[in-house]
Design a protein around this ligand. Structure first.
Ligand code: HEC
Ligand code: HEC
Ligand code: HEC
Ligand code: HEC
Ligand code: HEC
Length: 406
């Protein structure tokens, strides 16, 4: 009898210790894959290119350089939200291999790993560390320089530097825009920042239980087609006209880009037996190959339908949220995903009856995009200077249905 009690107590203690460790341990939310376990090694520069900085390319490719400076790729390190999150998360080395992937953008050289999961690298000082280069984030050489040659889509231009063929240009995006999640304690439907996996899933190729994904045909992803719009122009001032792509990579930080992905219709539908009315907001992801929103699970859309009186006072309000909810501790589990998969429309309804709200005059629908929610912003103490929320859609309708849209 006593022995049995001891066993129960021992098991209870072990279980409590295990759960406490799960709750407190440093969280490695993704699996480090061979694709990004180390920085991109330094290779000699081709002739005509006098440095690793984007400025060395911008000297000739002025238009593309100017576009790149406006992007989050160029701010992938300095981005204040990244910096705050990175420090909050214990300033892990592994984050650098996507946010500042060139070897000389990093203070330390990665000599090997202490742990099997490769989150604990053996580091040595990098004598060639370049602080200015670090500030360039995902810079030109990250995507274009391999083995002393510049990768390009044509590989048959009169370039003064050595050139090699890029292969399919969507392959470039995969390295960073998908992270694997295959581990015993992880139950992801999509890996975190699973943009690539979401597109594959849309084609009926679901990732494994734990979010593992392999891309069979990079050309079919379409990232470059949507995120680098085509434009005919010379590569260098005075050069011949060529079919090029704008280096813009707009996403969640640009409301116009989000609008391009979202079709919203707000309409009145007569209630049953002509009594009252329903106002229906229909949302469809018609312009993004992946989920909307995509990227880090921080992003979400909110929907508000409200009944207003003639002074704009709110009489009744309905809310909806489209987001991916992940339970991080003690186990990583995808709990819910209410984001918009491509071409799967969603409706939100507000019912109105004149008898209940005689003073109501109009009804309004608003859709907003949020980069980070307020609870998380406060938790990591992110002091944002730019707004985190943007309005994507707003429309008012009269209640009587006699007139059209206002
Ligand atoms: C001294 C001027 C100069 C510099 C510096 C320079 N380029 Fe070029 N680059 C050119 C010219 C000229 C072409 C060919 C233009 C043409 O024929 O239309 C070219 C072509 C290219 C192409 C297309 C290659 C192909 O054939 O597919 C890419 C990509 C490219 N450059 C990227 C870069 C990058 C990245 C850097 C910086 C690491 C860089 N260039 C630095 C002048 C330069
Ligand atoms: C070396 C890693 C890397 C590669 C390669 C890469 N990206 Fe990114 N990308 C990032 C990082 C990191 C960010 C986020 C930067 C930040 O906000 O801190 C980002 C952000 C973005 C954004 C979001 C902009 C926004 O408003 O939120 C888009 C869109 C994007 N990338 C598209 C692409 C496409 C398309 C490709 C392929 C041509 C590509 N990326 C290749 C690392 C990469
Ligand atoms: C995130 C990856 C990425 C970064 C960073 C990047 N490029 Fe590109 N670049 C590409 C891809 C992908 C293509 C091929 C587009 C296509 O299919 O035509 C390309 C194409 C080009 C071309 C050929 C013309 C064209 O538009 O196809 C030039 C020149 C070029 N890049 C220069 C630069 C310069 C200069 C920088 C830095 C200021 C830079 N790139 C930064 C991914 C990148
Ligand atoms: C059919 C067009 C289309 C295709 C294909 C597409 N995107 Fe997008 N992407 C969009 C639109 C529209 C948005 C803005 C709405 C949203 O966030 O979903 C967006 C947003 C993004 C964002 C912003 C997320 C953030 O955190 O701000 C990233 C990153 C991104 N796309 C990467 C990719 C990558 C990588 C691929 C290829 C694997 C890809 N996209 C393919 C249209 C597309
Ligand atoms: C495999 C490449 C990769 C690694 C490793 C990586 N990131 Fe990112 N990160 C991205 C890409 C791509 C984006 C942009 C698209 C998106 O929203 O998913 C991004 C976006 C972010 C953003 C959002 C930036 C913004 O402006 O909203 C934060 C914050 C961030 N990463 C933090 C981290 C931290 C902290 C680590 C290390 C624990 C890390 N990342 C490791 C690829 C990576």
């Amino acid at each position: 009898m006593q022995r049995k009690t001891m066993v129960i107590v021992a098991v209870a203690i072990a279980l409590t210790a295990f759960l406490a460790w799960r709750l407190l341990r440093p969280m490695n939310i993704f699996v480090v894959s061979a694709a990004f376990e180390r920085p991109i090694p330094f290779t000699e520069l081709p002739t005509a290119v006098d440095g690793q900085s984007a400025k060395a390319c911008g000297r000739c490719h002025t238009a593309i350089y100017n576009e790149w400076t406006t992007t989050l790729h160029s701010r992938a390190w300095t981005d204040p939200y990244f910096q705050t999150d990175w420090k909050f998360d214990g300033a892990q080395q592994i984050c650098k291999n996507c946010h500042i992937p060139l070897q000389d953008q990093q203070e330390s050289l990665v000599m090997g790993f202490r742990d099997k999961q490769k989150w604990d690298p053996i580091l040595e000082p990098n004598p060639k560390f370049d602080a200015a280069l670090q500030h360039e984030g995902v810079t030109c050489d990250v995507c274009h320089l391999r083995d002393g040659k510049i990768l390009g889509p044509y590989a048959r231009t009169s370039a003064p530097h050595a050139v090699a063929k890029m292969g399919n240009s969507n392959q470039v995006c995969i390295r960073c825009h998908v992270v694997q999640g295959n581990r015993w304690d992880t139950f992801f439907r999509f890996p975190p920042c699973g943009t690539v996996a979401e597109i594959e899933a849309g084609r009926g190729r679901w990732p494994s239980r734990s979010g593992e994904v392999t891309v069979k045909n990079p050309a079919s992803l379409g990232c470059v087609e949507c995120h680098m719009p085509a434009v005919t122009r010379p590569l260098v001032p005075g050069g011949p006209l060529r079919a090029t792509r704008r280096h813009l990579w707009r996403g969640g930080h640009d409301p116009e880009m989000v609008r391009q992905g979202l079709d919203a219709q707000f309409t009145r539908q007569a209630g049953p037996g002509g009594k009252g009315a329903s106002f229906v907001l229909r949302l469809e992801n018609t312009g993004a190959g992946h989920y909307l929103p995509t990227g880090t699970p921080d992003r979400y859309l909110s929907v508000t339908l409200r009944l207003l009186d003639k002074n704009g006072k709110v009489l009744k309000e309905e809310h909806g949220v489209l987001r991916r909810t992940v339970m991080w501790r003690p186990f990583i589990v995808d709990l819910r995903d209410t984001r918009l998969a491509p071409h799967e429309p969603r409706t939100f309804v507000l019912n109105y009856s004149k008898a209940r709200y005689p003073e109501a005059e109009t009804i309004e629908a608003v859709v907003q995009y949020h980069l980070v929610d307020e609870a998380r912003r406060r938790r990591i103490d992110f002091q944002n200077t730019a707004p985190l929320d943007s309005e994507i859609y707003r429309k008012r309708l009269p209640l009587d249905g006699a007139e059209g849209a206002s």
